[in-house]
Design a protein around this ligand. Structure first.
Ligand code: 0X9
Ligand code: ZN
Length: 302
């Protein structure tokens, strides 16, 4: 087991996933979904209630698209812990839905923030002769590069030389495509700013179904507020934050047909990307509180 009030290296996270698969083989399986540019195993954990039924609807959660947003990875681990190790209390959440969780989308960047540059955001593949890394959340092929993304390889929001130039975004693309039709709820964890964001992120226009997404996100924000008092702002990415094309959230909704797609921007924890030990646990709990309330809304409608 691991601590939920600390940050962990990529190898520790992968070891925790494998430990759960070994301890709970009827409910948990771990897959190597692919390799990062630097050849790290990118793992998903699939969690079911063990009833053996296949082809269920799926809730997909990912974290760590951005390397320095450590609280996102920690939040995903808290959710995994609740669904697997607290199954007796939470089995209803797994009744008609399987959960697929990808806690570290960008392990090369994540490790680099531990070993070298704490504020690194991007992947680690050379982007040009002079600079490394692409912003994975500008690299998805939906209105790619149209707004809020840089063409300059040294920038933190570099869109990539092409859409899906990165093995890490290709992997998310393929996972989501394989879930087409089954995928009902896509949630991606980032930090920071206390936002629950829904499409679109590339235009201020709203999808026809925006009220459905708003209802889900509002339920999450209300649950967090009632539980701990923390406030979250709800709205479309463009309208409450800024326009930025090529995000995984727009892609999951518009291309992979996940009816609900939400980006949770966890709190800063004081100074940006440095939550304290107590805050790691608190924000994990808030992520879980949010996700339970949002799931409830999702299952009522999809
Ligand atoms: O800019 C981003 O990628 C996200 N914010 S962060 O501070 N974590 O970098 C917001 C993404 C919102 N979604 C889209 N613009 N599609
Ligand atoms: Zn982010």
């Amino acid at each position: 087991s691991i601590s939920f009030s600390a940050f962990h290296r990529h190898s520790e996270i992968n070891a925790y996933l494998d430990e759960l698969a070994a301890a709970y083989p009827s409910r948990v399986s771990v897959q190597v979904a692919g390799k990062s540019y630097e050849n790290r195993d990118i793992k998903t954990i699939t969690i079911s209630n063990g009833d053996g039924k296949t082809g269920k609807s799926v809730i997909f959660l990912d974290a760590g698209i951005h390397a320095r947003e450590w609280i996102a990875h920690a939040g995903a681990l808290y959710v995994i812990h609740q669904l697997v190790e607290n199954f007796a209390a939470n089995s209803a959440l797994l009744k008609n839905y399987d959960w697929v969780i990808l806690p570290v989308v960008n392990p090369d960047g994540y490790e680099y923030t531990h070993t070298s540059t704490r504020m690194w955001r991007k992947t680690r593949k050379p982007a040009s002769a002079s600079c490394y890394g692409t912003d994975a959340n500008r690299n998805f092929d939906y209105h790619w590069g149209e707004v809020g993304a840089s063409s300059y390889s040294c920038d933190d929001t570099f869109k990539g030389q092409t859409a899906f130039s990165e093995p890490e975004t290709q992997l998310v693309r393929d996972l989501l495509l394989n879930l087409k039709g089954r995928g009902k709820f896509y949630l991606t964890l980032h930090s920071y700013g206390n936002y629950l964001l829904y499409p679109y992120g590339w235009t201020s226009a709203l999808p026809a179904s925006w009220r459905d997404k708003d209802n889900v996100a509002q339920a999450g924000a209300a649950a967090i507020k009632a539980s701990t008092g923390t406030k979250y702002t709800v709205g479309s990415s463009t309208n409450v934050l800024y326009a930025a094309a090529g995000g995984s959230d727009d892609y999951a909704f518009a291309v992979d047909e996940f009816p609900i797609s939400i980006n949770m921007e966890l709190p800063a924890g004081g100074t940006g990307f440095y939550p304290t030990t107590a805050q790691i646990l608190l924000y994990g709990y808030e992520t879980w509180t949010d996700i339970k309330a949002m799931r409830q809304k999702v299952v009522e409608n999809y």
